[in-house]
Design a protein around this ligand. Sequence first.
Ligand code: EPZ
Length: 416
Amino acid sequence: MDKIMVEKSPPLRGNIRVSGAKNSALPILAASLLGTEDIILEDVPNLKDVDVMCEVLSLLGAKVEFLDEGIIKINSANIDNYETSYELMNKARASFLVMGPLLTRIGKTKTSLPGGCAIGTRPIDLHLKGFRAMGAEIDVDHGNIGAYANKLVGDRIYLDFPSVGATENIMMAAVMAEGETILDNAAMEPEIVDLANFLNKLGADVKGAGTSCIRIRGVKELGGATHSIIPDRIEAGTFMVAAAITKGDILVENVITSHIKPVIAKLREVGCEVYENGDRVRVIGTQNLKATDIKTLPYPGFPTDMQAQFMALMSVSEGTSVVIETVFENRFMHVDELKRMGANIKIDGRSAIIQGVDSLMSAPVRATDLRAGAALVLVGLVADGITEIRDVYHIDRGYESIEEKFASLGAKIYRV
Ligand code: EPZ
């Protein structure tokens, strides 16, 4: 098993280009099952989860070709299978997103119930609520879940929580359903908008993506398209925090700044200088980082996927910070790892109280999920000694060659 070693590093300086967004590439790859002509996807990040999703598409009968770095060609004219396997589902939960496309394209889909993961139980009740509302029969047996429908019929569906995955799965099921589907309390993340834009390029009729009410009118068939994936706002935020925690000066390129307003605002609150210039953001760290409070919320609130990275920063800021995690019920697994390195953090339910300390010390630690892994890299950059991070496969799921990108900024980081 790989390990990543991070030594105390000088302030990080230089330019770094952000890759395409994992959480946009995965639903768009699933949506490629809906097309009957050639699809070309560009700016696809080179990640384990993307490889798994491509494996799922091939298993279902799609033709998948890696044309070049970040460019994938898919043709789903002949989808001849509708089952995915437990192994693949276990490797990447996002493969659950093939259910909506298969259900509306061929009327049946079967997969294994997605397992939980470190950050929570990750239920799928809202996905199923949408499928049932559109007329699908759902059956669950021996850990498998099947959905069947001769013809889906559009309906008005209310999401009890603005779930990103449920919004995506139901939107994809609705694009070839009969009539109109209204999705209320829908997720508004930029990745939802990217998916809707892609679906409309294929010939779908989706309106309102990015707002809490999405209207989809079903069409008979979808064709092909060329689409480039939006930049990864979470990877961008991770490098911006890296500039803050090492008191460095980093120019992050290929950023849509409107997608990371909460992170920009919070970095300014703790004393950093942040300059926005087109698709680039420059972050200059401050000598005395101040504490601040964070409350994670669905978009456009502070992203839960940046919570661990910001907690790393608050661990070495002056004063007391409070982090409230409202999206996932168990996304504090990184706290124990940070405490092993000397961080002073107390958990109280969904809140974590962080007392900033002057310095952290290296220790062998474990990545418990992909963003927690990134947080450990960040504290490793400023902790005395060499921090050894295990279970780095979590990090590889969400960050393209993380050690090369950090090393290009002057970090002393390497994989063993
Ligand atoms: C997506 O996960 C992202 N993954 C996550 O990114 C991200 O943290 C999350 O959205 C929130 O922004 C991908 O896009 C592949 P949710 P998803 O459904 O869709 C509850 C990362 O770090 N819920 O919005 O699974 C659920 O329990 C990953 O890149 C239900 O109750 O998130 C959770 O508490 C981690 N019932 C909350 O909603 C459901 O049917 C948010 O989940 C579905 C979800």
